[in-house]
Design a protein around this ligand. Structure first.
Ligand code: THG
Length: 541
């Protein structure tokens, strides 16, 4: 009674097959598996007239990209994004060439592994100029409701929704009953079909099939989900037999699928270990991006990195989050520092700190290779800071397309081939041009765009700098009028560089500036979290 059958290619990657010395036949394994499954479907169609589709099972490999297998070395990784991406690519090519109708990256225990798989798939889609139907399936390994790599279900969805899958769901680990609340959670947040194919309960060496759930008891549990209207695709994983599938198919004959056409809240949906969502247009809280984990903005942090004191550097990150940062800006742009290496090391160590890793990261660098190094370490949905039209349209769009494939949001600076936008009109003109390019040319989700119209330093003693803050504030309102659904941000501390060393005055300037900028539509800012004064409480003198 199945409508979809899976290829028997779980762990058919060069990484997992290395344990058996079979890495060199991985393409063939996947090709033949898909061919066999396709033949079974074709035979079935000839015999019964009923169509059945082949889902090519991908991954997850036996290594984690965002966890260390060595408790004494939390920054260590047994594999990397690039290595995984290459391995998934080989598997995907074998499955597609063998005739798979759908790709099913399943049993995801580490979202970064899945993101590498999705990137590999996106590359193949681009090469073949076709969109492949994707089914994603995550596994929740314990009753905390989190993945092995520590994400909640909604954070996971935010990390992977950029691939616009046919379905997302949960498989393997727990039985149907334990999965029910997490399926409900996915159904609440995901705007695609929802799937669930659990094990036949927990493994039990004393039971006949090695698992406890009978066809009847498993189908009954799944019926409860179906009756609630939260699932579209059901099935069985470890320990289920043809009898289990038959029973499920039988019960589902008379059950309605989860309804389509529900509306989901629009807006930016980021994640670390936890989701961070915010809507557009409504007055919401100003989003604070912690500025102190930045070697150009903090001599103290810079010294820690140069002296290899990463534990102290992590303390800076923790205190930013504790004092209210919703997102962390991380920057290693300094002549004496190896940027890609420092970014990788810091983010890998950060991943092992749940109270910091819960928030999304903003990867800040003027060097593309540092940004890419950062994106390869993050299982959540991060923000790239930044890209611009500085080097022309082609390079701008090339980077933006990669950002889509990495599944990140982006800060776009008001820069073009001529340089930095200073006046209100220039800021608006450049942002609108960038918006049209992103949205019209490469279908970039406007909810993933943050415009930074350059907060420049005032009170420098030069008259032509006097209107900088007003220009920025007025540009914000106009940019949001002309570019629907985008967000705006800025580096707030830039404003007061003229008063370096005089924090009292600087904080007062920031408070006044933000009072007006937020009312004009500024959504977020890179700030020294914990040092923001309230406008009404600024000493007038
Ligand atoms: N836009 C975007 N990204 C940015 C900026 C921006 N990233 C960097 C910067 N500007 C925002 N970050 C900072 C960080 C620190 C300071 C200013 C901006 C700062 N630091 C103190 C100083 O230099 O006086 C440090 C004092 C100390 O630690 O002793 O002011 O505009 N997209």
């Amino acid at each position: 009674g199945a409508d979809i059958i899976e290829t028997n290619t779980f762990n058919g990657t060069s990484i997992a097959q290395a344990d058996y010395g079979l890495s060199d036949i991985v393409y063939e394994l996947n090709f033949e598996a898909a061919k066999l499954a396709k033949k079974a479907c074709d035979d079935h169609f000839r015999e019964t007239g009923k169509r059945c589709y082949v889902a090519g099972a991908v991954g997850p490999t036996n290594r984690t990209a965002s966890l260390s297998p060595d408790v004494n070395n939390p920054g260590y990784r047994a594999t990397s994004y690039d290595e995984l991406k290459l391995a998934y690519r080989e598997q995907v090519l074998g499955l597609l060439d063998g005739g798979a109708d759908i790709l099913l990256p399943e049993t995801t225990f580490d979202t970064l592994n899945l993101k590498a798989a999705l990137h590999a798939i996106a590359d193949v889609e681009e090469e073949r100029a076709e969109k492949l139907p994707l089914m994603l399936s995550v596994t929740i390994t314990d009753l905390s409701g989190r993945t092995l790599s520590g994400q909640t279900v909604e954070a996971f969805w935010n990390s992977v929704r950029h691939c616009k899958p046919l379905s997302v769901g949960i498989n393997c680990a727990l039985g149907a009953k334990e999965m029910h609340p997490y399926i409900r959670e996915l159904s609440r947040v995901a705007d695609c079909f929802i799937s669930c194919y659990p094990n036949a309960g927990l493994p039990n060496p004393l039971s006949l099939n090695g698992y406890d759930e009978t066809p009847e008891s498993l189908a009954f549990q799944l019926q409860l989900m179906a009756d609630e209207g939260i699932v579209n695709i059901l099935g069985g994983c470890c320990g289920t037999t043809p009898k289990h599938i038959q029973k499920i198919a039988e019960l589902m004959q008379s059950t309605k699928a989860r309804p389509q056409g529900q509306t989901f809240a629009k807006g930016m949906k980021l994640s670390g270990l936890e989701p961070y969502n915010f809507s557009w247009g409504e007055v919401s809280n100003f989003v604070m991006i912690g500025e102190r984990t930045n070697v150009t903005g903090s001599p103290r942090f810079s010294k820690m990195i140069k002296e290899d004191r990463y534990n102290d550097a992590l303390t800076v990150a923790r205190s930013q989050v504790e004092t209210g940062a919703n997102i962390l800006d991380v920057n290693f742009d300094e002549g004496m520092i190896d940027g890609p290496q420092a970014m990788t090391k810091f983010l890998n160590l950060l991943a092992a700190e749940p109270d910091v890793a819960k928030v999304p990261v903003m990867v800040d660098s003027s060097k593309w290779e540092v940004i890419e190094a950062g994106l390869k370490c993050l299982q959540g949905k991060p923000i790239v800071n930044s890209i611009s039209l500085k080097e022309g349209e082609a390079e701008f769009l090339r980077q933006a397309r990669l950002i889509q494939h990495y599944g990140a949001a982006v800060v776009v600076m008001a820069f073009d081939e001529q340089g930095q936008a200073v006046t209100r009109d220039e800021k608006v003109r450049i942002c609108e041009r960038a918006y049209r390019l992103l949205v019209d040319k490469i279908d970039f989700d406007p909810a993933d765009i943050i415009f930074d119209a350059n907060i420049l330093t005032v009170a420098t003693g030069m008259e032509e700098h006097d209107n900088y803050a007003v220009d920025f504030i007025q540009a914000i309102t106009e940019i949001k009028k002309r570019c629907p659904e985008v967000y705006t941000s800025g580096g707030v501390s830039n404003l007061s560089f003229s008063f370096r060393g005089n924090n009292k005055v600087r904080e007062a300037m920031h408070a006044v500036f933000l009072y007006h900028a937020v009312r004009a539509g500024l959504d977020m800012g890179i700030v020294n979290a914990g040092m923001l004064e309230i406008y009404e409480e600024v000493d007038p003198e």
